[in-house]
Design a protein around this ligand. Structure first.
Ligand SMILES: [Zn+2]
Length: 422
């Protein structure tokens, strides 16, 4: 990579500020820099220290590294990883999209009446932007990957900046029973938002390795649950039992929502030195009457350079097998939030980000009755036109003969309640 003309490389670095800083810092964290992850040591005692590349089905196949250098990985043939050379190649050859015309991403007034009194027989969702949702079902209020800050970046003066403001401030939120965090990238785990919310939230659910970061941000230790893939915790449902009785939920004394940390295909890191030192996850929430799936940030397959989506069927590339697994074990889901944006260039993004085609396949795999698109229209992190993901999503649904309203993109701030048949 260093044989490229110096001028082009330095101009590539010059463009790495602003929107690309987040991905650059994360993607270029070379695995040569092995640091101990103290938060993971507890679970490491149960894990094999070094896993064979072939042993993808081992329950700890995603743990890797020797003692004192604990890391995580995607243990599937569908995953590939890119290094610094690929980041530079993208920067040189990529085309930054134009910002959309003002008003093309309208912010809708949130339906506060519905948020304060969510229908007891539905899963209600409000899109805050990017991967942040308020999800209400079975008497619990859940926030996903909340970010209310102006930028998703290690610094406040540079890095990807919102193109749509948050629809409301954090103090407008109702009681929050749980926050679920998918991984530690800046667009999913934001220090300013965590500090603003820390006294309002009942429980914080994070994948392995993120607990200590939350404690450093002032969250009380008793409020943090850190889980490995397929581990779970029971979130008590205490405050709205009456509502559940109204819709005939089983009152068997075990009135809780199972919060299950489930796999996905991604990576982690907040600096050059902590690549994959903390785990990434999707989350499956199984309540007494409703089931919700949050895909987090994920890829579905790795598409080599030069391969078009129209060739995928013929090429039969490996797909990430966990989504079918999740659907069989924990589905069907009444609502799923699935990423549909940040996918161009496809050769570079596909291992870690779904495009709408991948998202529709994932929606089918997990057995989602109703899905909502996320990870688009809020921060510009990639090269596709900003307004393209929902358009492509509709085309993919059409191509698979699925109803267009089965997987939708919301407007920022919009609240929707979904009722589905058992
Ligand atoms: Zn990410």
């Amino acid at each position: 990579m260093f044989s490229r003309p110096l001028g082009r490389i330095s101009s590539a670095f010059a463009t790495l500020n602003r929107p690309r800083l987040l991905l650059f810092t994360s993607l270029s964290g070379a695995s040569l820099f092995m640091f101990s992850c103290s938060s993971c040591r507890g679970s490491r005692a149960k894990a094999e220290p070094i896993m064979s590349d072939q042993d993808m089905n081992h329950p700890h196949a995603h743990h890797t590294g020797k003692t004192g250098a604990h890391r995580f990985r995607n243990p599937w043939l569908s995953a590939t990883s890119h290094g610094l050379g690929d980041v530079i190649k993208w920067q040189i050859h990529g085309t930054r999209p134009k910002l959309p015309e003002p008003g093309s991403l309208p912010v809708e007034e949130t339906d506060w009446k519905a948020v304060e009194q969510p229908p007891p027989d539905a899963v209600q969702v409000t899109w805050i932007g990017h991967a942040s949702f308020l999800v209400q079902f079975d008497g619990v209020n859940v926030l996903t990957d909340p970010i209310f800050s102006e930028r998703c970046s290690p610094v406040s003066f540079a890095g990807p900046k919102r193109i749509v403001p948050p629809p409301f401030p954090t103090d407008r939120l109702p009681r929050v029973d749980a926050v679920i965090i998918s991984h530690n990238h800046y667009d999913h785990l934001d220090v300013g938002t965590v500090k603003a919310l820390r006294d309002k939230v009942g429980m914080w659910y994070v994948p392995l390795g993120i607990r200590s970061w939350l404690l450093d941000s002032g969250v009380k230790p008793e409020r943090v649950v850190e889980l490995d893939w397929w581990q779970e915790h029971a979130l008590p449902v205490e405050t709205r039992q009456q509502q559940q009785q109204q819709v005939g939920a089983k009152q068997d004394g075990n009135n809780s929502v199972r919060v299950v940390c489930t796999p996905c295909q991604h990576f982690s890191g907040r600096s050059l030195f902590d690549r994959d030192a903390t785990l990434w996850a999707s989350w499956s929430l199984v309540g007494p009457t409703k089931r919700f799936y949050f895909a987090g940030d994920t890829g579905y397959r790795s598409v080599p350079e030069g391969v078009e989506d129209s060739q995928l069927e013929a090429l039969n590339l490996p797909i990430c097998p966990v989504f079918k697994d999740i659907g069989e074990k924990l589905g069907p889901f009444d609502l799923a939030c699935i990423p549909i944006g940040a996918y161009i260039p496809r050769w570079f993004m596909s291992p870690v980000h779904c495009n709408p085609r991948d998202a529709v396949d994932l929606h089918v795999d997990i057995r989602s009755k109703q899905s909502v698109g996320m990870h688009w229209g809020t921060f510009v992190l990639s090269d596709e036109p900003v307004l393209e993901p929902p358009v492509q999503l509709a085309l993919e649904l059409q191509a698979k003969a699925l109803p267009l309203d089965q997987f939708v993109a919301l407007r920022h701030g919009q609240t929707r309640a979904y009722r589905s048949n058992p």
